[in-house]
Design a protein around this ligand. Structure first.
Ligand code: SIN
Ligand code: FE2
Length: 213
């Protein structure tokens, strides 16, 4: 019996009140999503942003949609143009929008209308330290996170940095939605193990959809 012939059925489960893992939910759309990633990257290439402290982030980023999240030595913020090119961020691909809106609804957040999508690309060893997403002015809308490519461990904590964390194994096609009482919970990604994914190669790509305003 091989994993290819008998793929594990990905399960959905509630992580916390307001937060849900939709296991394998984006799998059937993965090719369209990857094509969308390639189109975005063709006009806003991957780059390693700097933290406010001046360190280069281990993951590479880009954005699409009206607003894009940036980090540099001036801090974190959303901008309507790519600082590398001075041009507007690429339009959000239709497949991105459809999936994000449907996943939010499935998780109990109907009417989600994201105005920003951050693309994160993790090479093996890249990680994202514990943080909470608090640069958005809209506290009512959830965060929708879509995982493609290599698996990784997502760490999901509480409202305070010191709160206990759950470790959630995320695979290609998994979607996590958090909002409501968990909207500002701490979360992060452990160093991504090496591997090869048939569609994405030697990377994990994550899309996070946000509503800034
Ligand atoms: C994020 O917190 O922005 C991304 C999380 C992830 O890569 O799964
Ligand atoms: Fe985040």
């Amino acid at each position: 019996m091989t994993a290819e012939l008998f793929p594990e059925t990905r399960q959905s489960h509630r992580i916390a009140p307001g937060a849900v893992l939709l296991g394998g939910w984006a799998q059937s759309e993965a090719r369209a999503l990857k094509a969308g990633v390639d189109a975005v990257i063709a006009s806003a290439p991957w780059r390693h942003m700097r933290t406010p402290g001046g360190r280069s982030m281990s993951m590479a980023n880009s954005n699409c949609g009206p607003l894009g999240w940036v980090s540099d030595t001036d801090g974190y913020r959303y901008l309507c143009a790519d600082p590398e090119s001075g041009r507007a961020w690429p339009t959000m691909p239709a497949a991105f929008w459809r999936l994000a809106v449907a996943a939010a609804e499935e998780a109990g957040y109907p009417g989600f209308a994201p105005d920003a999508c951050l693309l994160n690309r993790y090479a093996p060893g890249a990680r994202l330290s514990l943080h909470c997403d608090q640069d958005e002015h809209n506290a009512a809308a959830p965060i929708v996170s879509v995982s493609l490519g290599l698996p990784a461990i997502f760490v999901f904590g509480g409202a305070r940095r010191k709160d206990p964390c759950q470790r959630i194994a995320l695979e290609h096609g998994d979607v996590v939605v958090w909002g409501g009482p968990t909207r500002f919970n701490y979360h992060g990604v452990l160093p991504v193990p090496d591997g090869h994914h048939p569609l994405v190669g030697r990377y994990r790509i994550n899309l996070t959809f946000r509503k800034v305003y």
